[in-house]
Design a protein around this ligand. Structure first.
Ligand code: ADP
Length: 483
């Protein structure tokens, strides 16, 4: 694994540099050393290292700064931070800046005879980076391609819409009844397509992390009136009543007016779509001191309570008799949630799942944007945690599969090894995130799997039952992080 790998150790301690060299040289790695951050940066300019071991505190600059500057030009080297006394802040900052691992010096010295843990962590970092780079390139190509196609589709659809509108207005000449029907079919199909295209462009923006808001002071009552005007047209076709319940005085908030209207339009169009003829739809706006609350309720088909947690997921649609024939992409609510969250707000949904009792969406939004510093800190932590949950979910799924396969072939060493790798990674990730409960569970599983992964022991049915019980607990603990 380390044969012919170019390794750079940036650490001001000669002892540590020599110590690490003494471990890595015999494995065939070519190891170079730098005593300061600047020296390390210069060396990185002149050569491409496969692995950089970087001390957190250097005489001339902070290790995180060095990491940041290496990553500006180089995303392919694996970088592992090495620290004397770590803390969650520095670990988080390191992960955020693209470090592939985080080790404490005590871990090196405490196991002076046995370096397997340390080497394993380095190996994981090397493999992880290679995987991440390949995946990122692929993802980027795919996203660019999708965005290009979607964007290019917008113009021709716009042209079709305008042409159909002109025909409908009979500027060009009078239409016969069958001609008018055909034009109306063309118009509504093109409008649907425009809707789809806009949703997927929004989705691409969300994925790329730039659903940017253009905030201005807006009287939200005006937005509600405007959205309701459009929704009434759709509601009238189903003989539904749409009621606005607005406060007497202005409800001023600093929001992106376009996006706020888009979220209202989405909630209202859903209310119309999922409420049968003659139903009732209500929009209520209330103002508190520093926040506003918007409720959109209907007397429609309702949503079964067990489906509520999935409602804001990508492409999620409820299938069944009641929704048969209703057109949709399953993206609307995801976009609504992103808009609400970009405003620092929150969205909830209530429904008893009983037809006629309907559904209620409740949105709360702060009137003023949060201060940039508070926003950045909480955003950073939130993103890191979300990333962890996503990864951990994937790991749990893979572990489920591996355990299932192991119950048929408990002697398969490769399977045990793959499972152990995953528990090791989970343990490391949870450690960096300081999620003690998850760290402990992953450690227990890792310890149980290790002898089997080394080939010292085959897993007994008892071990497998224990592992699967632990995995269920782990799964619950990870799910609990989202609450
Ligand atoms: P769609 O384009 O399918 O409407 P959304 O993301 O807007 O996508 O909604 C997701 C799913 O949630 C819908 O397919 C529908 O099953 C359900 N849903 C949304 N709003 C309501 C509502 N007001 N009443 C009942 N079901 C709803």
């Amino acid at each position: 694994m380390f044969k012919d790998k170019l390794v750079l150790i940036i650490d001001d301690s000669t002892t540590i540099r020599s110590y690490l060299k003494s471990i890595l040289n015999p494995l065939g790695a070519q190891v170079a050393g730098a005593a300061t951050g600047q020296e390390g940066l210069d060396m990185c300019k002149n050569a491409h290292y496969d692995l950089v071991l970087l001390d957190l505190i250097l005489p001339d600059m902070d290790g995180i700064q060095v990491l940041e500057r290496i990553r500006e030009k180089n995303t392919t080297s694996a970088i592992v931070m090495i620290t004397g006394h770590g803390g969650i802040r520095s670990a988080m900052a390191a992960a955020q800046q693209g470090a592939d691992g985080y080790l404490q010096k005590q871990e090196l010295t405490a196991t002076a005879q046995d370096h397997s843990e340390f080497l394993y962590a380095l190996q994981q970092a090397l493999e992880h980076r290679a995987g991440v780079v390949a995946q990122q390139q692929l993802e980027k190509m795919r996203a660019d391609f999708n965005a290009m196609i979607t964007h290019d589709l917008r113009n021709p659809v716009g042209v079709i819409l305008t042409a159909a509108e002109m025909l409908q207005a009979e500027h060009i000449g009078q239409l016969s009844l069958p001609q008018r029907d055909l034009v109306s079919i063309i118009y509504s199909a093109a409008a649907k397509m425009a809707h789809l295209i806009n949703d997927s462009l929004d989705l691409a923006r969300i994925d790329a992390g730039y659903l940017r808001l253009e905030r201005e002071r807006v009287d939200l009552r005006e937005s509600a009136v405007e959205s309701a005007r459009l929704a009434r047209l759709q509601a009238q076709a189903k003989r539904q009543t749409l009621t606005l319940d607005l406060p007497g005085e202005a409800v001023v908030a600093c929001v992106d007016a376009e996006r706020f209207k888009q979220l209202l339009d989405n909630l209202l169009s859903n209310a119309v779509k999922y409420t049968p003829a003659e139903g009732q739809i209500t929009v209520q706006l209330t103002a508190q001191n520093d926040q506003v609350t918007l409720c959109v309720s209907d007397t429609g088909i309702g949503i079964p309570p067990e489906q509520l947690p999935h409602l804001f997921s990508r492409y999620y649609r409820i299938t069944g008799m009641a929704t048969r024939g209703v057109q949709g992409t399953g993206l609307g609510l995801l976009i609504v949630k992103e808009i609400v969250e970009a405003h620092g707000g929150d969205i909830r949904v209530e429904s008893a799942g009983v037809a006629g009792q309907g559904t209620r969406f409740i949105v709360t939004i702060p009137r003023e944007p949060p201060s940039p510093a508070a926003k950045a800190a909480s955003q950073q932590e939130l993103e890191l945690r979300q990333e962890f949950v996503r990864e951990a979910r994937r790991h749990v799924g893979d572990l489920h599969n591996l355990l299932q396969r192991l119950s048929d072939t408990p002697h398969d060493r490769q399977l045990s090894e793959s499972a152990q790798r995953i528990t090791h990674t989970l343990k490391g990730d949870a450690g960096v995130m300081q999620l003690t409960e998850i760290y402990n569970m992953a450690t227990d599983m890792d310890n149980l799997l290790r002898p089997a992964a080394r080939g010292d022991l085959a897993l007994s049915p008892h071990h497998l039952a224990e592992l699967s019980q632990m995995l269920n607990q782990l799964d619950r603990a990870i799910a609990g992080l989202n609450k």
